[in-house]
Design a protein around this ligand. Structure first.
Ligand SMILES: NC(=O)c1ccc[n+]([C@@H]2O[C@H](COP(=O)([O-])OP(=O)(O)OC[C@H]3O[C@@H](n4cnc5c(N)ncnc54)[C@H](O)[C@@H]3O)[C@@H](O)[C@H]2O)c1
Length: 253
């Protein structure tokens, strides 16, 4: 299916050292892309992501930095352009999750969540769009169903708010950039089996998550590859500003 191929296109993935971002970076390579993999310097998985991309016969570039730092992202774009070529596809997956009752959540916990999940994603989009400006491209933001619904039993007002922001930021950027050839879309995963769901706060809740999901289980990271390739590729050439919910039916109930 040529429409879904990304042969020889250059892609950039934030949060590529773990979980969904790692799997999506490899998925882009499976579709034919060369991939720059961005994560924190402390990330232990980046090398593994790059090795798997290279095993597929594609080029991989490891770039470390923090999505909160504009200069890290600017440097990443420079390294990517000189190392791999012009950027065509970006997937913004870097994010954190934690929980605390809203009534006494420390301000710094609130602020850190917004700084990484929302402002960091904005700075990523900004850097990526500048790099795509001359030729267009596709940006895919990983939001969450928590941006549209409130997860029963999870005390994460800051996380939910950050993801609602990602969904509306996606629509706003899509409209601002609609004449440039840059499309901006979001994916809202439901509960997905990644290290994020191995956090002690949620250990007891995973069984409930699965019971509450119409398909009766969490998603595997593999199940996010198809939606991401769709939005990254020409298969979605008339989609911009959408929020593709990939949740096993969760938001229907
Ligand atoms: N796992 C789920 O159930 C689920 C559901 C919906 C949405 N999501 C979203 O998917 C994304 C990935 O989640 P995951 O479950 O794969 O988590 P994960 O913890 O496995 O991966 C997140 C990655 O982001 C990186 N990261 C964190 N802060 C960063 C920063 N400041 N700069 C650069 N990189 C940073 C981490 O180092 C990590 O490698 C997140 O945005 C998350 O909110 C996850």
């Amino acid at each position: 299916m040529e429409l879904f191929r990304l042969d020889n296109q250059v892609a950039f993935v934030t949060g590529a050292g773990s979980g969904i971002g790692q799997r999506l970076a490899i998925g882009l390579a499976e579709a034919g892309a060369d991939v720059a993999c961005f994560d924190l310097p402390a990330s232990r998985g980046l090398g593994q992501t790059a090795a798997q991309i290279e095993e597929l016969g594609r080029r991989a570039l490891i770039v470390t930095g923090d999505v909160r730092q504009k200069n890290d992202l600017r440097q990443a774009m420079g390294m990517l352009e000189s190392g791999l070529g012009p950027l065509r596809v970006a997937i913004n997956c870097a994010g954190i999750a934690n929980a605390h009752p809203a009534e006494d959540m420390p301000l710094d916990q609130w602020q850190t969540m917004l700084d990484i999940n929302l402002t960091g994603l904005f700075l990523s989009c900004q850097a990526e769009a500048r790099s795509m400006w001359a030729h267009g491209g596709s940006i895919v933001n990983i939001a969450s169903m928590s941006g549209s619904i409130v997860n029963r039993g999870l005390l994460q007002a800051h996380y939910n708010t950050s993801k609602a922001g990602v969904i509306h930021l996606t629509k706003s950027l899509a409209m601002e950039w609609c004449q440039t050839g840059i499309r901006v879309n979001a994916i809202s995963p439901g509960y997905t089996a990644t290290p994020m769901n191995l956090r002690s706060e949620v250990a007891e809740q995973v069984k409930q998550f699965e019971a509450d999901t119409p398909l009766g289980r969490m998603a595997t990271v593999d199940e996010l590859v198809g939606p991401a390739i769709f939005l990254a590729s020409q298969a979605s050439s008339f989609c911009t500003g959408i929020n593709l919910v990939v949740d096993g039916g969760f938001v229907c109930w």
